[in-house]
Write a protein that binds this ligand. Structure first.
Ligand code: AQP
Length: 330
């Protein structure tokens, strides 16, 4: 069984698409059970800003619907996969509490994502984010979790929680495995050592799924490359061009060798133009479908409701088992 989630924290970008979502779509094969979740409770950790005053973004509902439409437009098949919104299944938060009571606090101190994201005033939610993620996965006894590389450490932590649950309460919960995509880490367009990210304040550093053809051409044109005229892959010495080559490979389905041969006698300008064309073709089709899906909001909400009923059935069963073994009165 495959489980994964994505936060409705704004626009989905190329990193989310190639690192996770495209892989989710591919995994929808006969015989596979797939559960995909819009993790809106996780997104709350991103909505609060505390500078001179406290502000809380109240747009999670519209972000959730927009993301749901994007995912369906990208190929998530809600008839084949269980597709739902995290907060519609309250068992996620309930299991998170149980997990928070079974392991020492210092397990969370090692989490690099928290270290990267924490600010002067960070919430407890941001700190305990990995616990909620562990609950998401354990609730469905997922075997594989297809996510980007930035989430790998959270899957390892989830395995620690599973081992602890199993040993303390004589359970037999499956230990989930991280499932890497062909593009586990897409980097920023202007810094080959920084991941492409929604929270990056410079929109020019990423391609959003909704970007117009013109915006895609402009962003790729302005993306950082080096002064070496030849196009070849060298992750260590040429991280930026290597990142663009990886994106090209993902959209063209060509091998790296074929791409290098094709551009051996061409310029970076030619390469960037062709790359922009490839990206725009796929993303603009998704954006067009998304627009159509959003025209019927009540149908979209219905799809998500149906998905949450199916998810809840599994979640309730697994949580009941855990609660019984933990010693709670059922
Ligand atoms: N740059 C990336 N390359 C490959 N995969 C990526 N993912 C995110 N960025 C990249 C993967 O996308 C999935 C959903 O991500 P998320 O919504 O949970 O957000 P995130 O991991 O925190 O990354 P974002 O979207 O860029 O947001 P911020 O700015 O908050 O860091 C996950 O599988 C993730 O690995």
């Amino acid at each position: 069984m495959y489980f994964s989630g994505i936060q409705p924290t704004g626009k989905m970008h190329l990193g989310n698409y190639l690192g996770a979502v495209r892989n989710w779509v591919k995994l929808q094969q006969p015989g596979n059970q797939n559960i995909y979740c819009i993790v809106d409770l996780h997104a709350l950790t991103d909505k609060l800003t505390i500078d001179h005053e406290i502000k809380f973004n109240l747009n999670t509902k519209s972000d959730t619907l927009s993301l749901a439409a994007t995912l369906i437009a990208s190929g998530i098949n809600y008839k084949q996969s269980i597709f739902f919104v995290q907060s519609h299944v309250p068992e996620h938060a309930e299991l998170q509490w149980i997990l928070s009571c079974i392991a020492p606090q210092n397990w969370l101190n090692k989490m690099t994502q928290y270290k990267d994201k924490k600010k002067e005033y960070s919430t407890l939610g941001l700190y305990t984010y990995p616990l909620l993620m562990a609950a998401d996965i354990i609730l469905y006894q997922a075997q594989y979790v297809p996510v980007g590389l930035d989430q790998k450490q959270h899957i390892e932590l989830t395995r620690d929680y599973v081992q602890r649950l199993n040993s303390l309460f004589k359970l037999n919960i499956i230990e989930p495995q991280y499932l890497e995509s062909t593009c586990p880490k897409i980097m920023s367009l202007r810094d080959g050592n920084k991941k492409m990210s929604k929270s990056d304040t410079n929109d020019g550093n990423r391609i959003n799924i909704d970007d117009s053809k013109e915006e895609i051409f402009e962003k790729i044109k302005r993306s950082k490359t080096d002064s070496i005229p030849q196009i070849y892959f060298d992750q260590e010495q040429r991280p930026e061009i290597s990142n663009l080559l990886r994106i090209y490979q993902a959209f063209s389905n060509m091998s790296m060798e074929q791409i290098i041969n094709k551009y051996m006698t061409k310029t970076t300008v030619d390469f960037k133009r062709d790359l922009s064309e490839l990206i725009a073709n796929e993303l603009n089709t998704i954006a067009e479908k998304k627009k159509q899906i959003l025209e019927n909001q009540s149908e979209l909400e219905q799809i998500l409701k149906q998905g949450s009923l199916k998810a809840r059935e599994i979640a309730q069963q697994n949580l009941k088992l855990i609660k019984t073994n933990v010693g709670l009165l059922i």
